[in-house]
Design a protein around this ligand. Structure first.
Ligand code: GUN
Ligand code: FE
Length: 433
């Protein structure tokens, strides 16, 4: 078993038994050195004990994807040579507007959620579309497939920055539809018992009028809900805030009550030291999207600096600003991109495998106030069983195994995935596990 202990260190414990209670919470983690290991192992029933896995396989916590646009899945990997503004207007808004067709929405969302679970993502913080009904389709599919999901109806009503065919037609619509969506998710949650949470979601400052930003800040407060948006992703976004509000992007969001301890802001490639201090002051989290930032970020987010400024940080795929649905692939890129900051003379910027594993597990969980992301007593049993495909030919020292898993795991190597103790992805035969 491998679980993150601190930002700088992952713990490796061989041969564990993970006992999960009826509500999907880890009751005990028993290691081979515990006196009752043998007796528990012998009396264990399949349904309440996840057995230690085969040689060369390891149990890891499931990952949190802290920033993903569900409706952009059909264009993952397309048009990434275009700048953000052109990419949004020429490709992304037309695609997202198609989700009014609920049959199309169902097909895409089923494909996406299946893919995320197969990649070890147990929690997702999703942007949906402008259309409430299609967002409810996403929520129902998450409930059906067992994905823990935080979902937002995208609010965007600024006629100067959004097309007529894809926008809330007024500020009142943006706010009322967000409230309708919140209530609908609460009912669905009651009805199904699924782990679904509505999220207040202004797309980003340029796409919203001041009235909408005000109303959304009030809704988040009224229902005590998470908030998600983009902040200082690019030079263009920062310039928009300066030109229209004479402030930094982070200050505009703060002015409308949108930087809270339940807010998660994506990208932050351009955040200054003052912005980071504001994030820390508000206890707002940052979703680091390292693949996407290569394309649209005009720079590299200073993740070590954010962490040392005591800002909560997790990892996001930003499908489809990032092409990959895999948090493994994003952990690799987070390390690679941080090396470029090292080249730019910031020697302290280098991220390690232990650092990025923390971001993917504990970091994401903290941002969403979840007791998940760790394999310890009292935490949700969000687990993935992963095989080390080079086990037979490679170094078997624990940290080498850990690093190899971070760099080489693809979905083909992920055998089983559990969310709150429930099996949601299974590559093993019934009698094989
Ligand atoms: N800013 C506003 N909308 C988007 C989006 O869909 N993707 C990215 N990467 N940035 C955005
Ligand atoms: Fe995004």
């Amino acid at each position: 078993m491998i679980t993150s202990a601190t930002f700088d260190k992952a713990d490796f414990t061989p041969d564990v038994l993970i006992c999960v209670d009826q509500s999907g919470i880890i009751d005990r983690v028993i290691s081979a050195t515990d006196s009752d290991y043998q007796s528990v192992k012998q009396t264990a029933k399949n349904q309440d004990i996840l057995h230690s896995v085969k040689k060369g396989s390891y149990i890891l916590p499931g990952f949190t994807d802290l920033h993903i646009h569900a409706p952009q899945w059909p264009q993952a990997g397309l048009a990434l040579d275009k700048p953000l503004y052109e990419w949004l207007n020429t490709y992304t808004f037309p695609l997202e507007s198609k989700f009014k067709d609920l049959t199309f929405a169902k097909k895409v969302y089923h494909s996406l959620i299946t893919e995320l679970l197969a990649n070890g993502t147990t929690t997702g913080l999703f942007f949906g579309t402008v259309d409430t009904e299609s967002n409810l389709v996403l929520a129902k599919i998450c409930a059906q497939l067992g994905q823990r999901a935080f979902i937002g109806k995208v609010a965007m009503d600024n006629p100067k920055q959004t097309p007529t065919y894809y926008r809330d037609d007024s500020s009142a619509t943006a706010i009322n539809e967000t409230e309708n969506f919140i209530k609908a998710i609460f009912s669905l949650q009651k009805e199904t018992g699924a782990e679904l949470t509505p999220v207040v979601t202004p797309r980003f400052v340029p796409s919203c009028t001041a009235e909408t930003l005000t109303g959304l800040g009030q809704l988040a407060k009224k229902y005590n809900l998470p908030i998600q948006s983009h902040c200082s992703e690019s030079n263009w976004e920062d310039q928009y805030a300066l030109d229209n509000f004479q402030k930094r992007d982070s200050q505009v969001l703060d002015q409308f009550g949108l930087l809270t301890d339940k807010a998660v802001m994506a990208h932050g490639t351009k955040l200054t030291d003052d912005d980071l201090n504001l994030f820390n002051h508000r206890q707002t989290a940052l979703a680091h999207c390292p693949i996407s930032n290569v394309y649209f970020g005009n720079g590299i987010a200073r993740i070590k600096k954010a962490h040392h400024s005591q800002v909560k940080v997790g990892l996001g795929t930003d499908i489809s600003g990032g092409f990959s649905p895999s948090i493994y692939r994003n952990m690799q890129q987070a390390i690679m991109s941080s090396q470029m900051l090292v080249d730019l003379k910031d020697q302290s910027a280098r991220l390690t495998t232990d650092n990025v594993f923390y971001l993917a597990t504990i970091g994401g969980a903290k941002a969403l106030h979840l007791n998940s992301g760790q394999i310890r007593s009292g935490y949700k049993a969000d687990l993935q069983i992963v095989s080390d495909k080079y086990f037979n030919i490679s170094i078997k020292q624990p940290h080498a195994i850990f690093e190899r898993l971070i760099y080489h795991t693809t979905k083909e190597d992920i055998q089983q995935v559990y969310v709150s103790g429930k099996l949601v992805h299974n590559k093993l035969g019934e009698n094989n596990g």
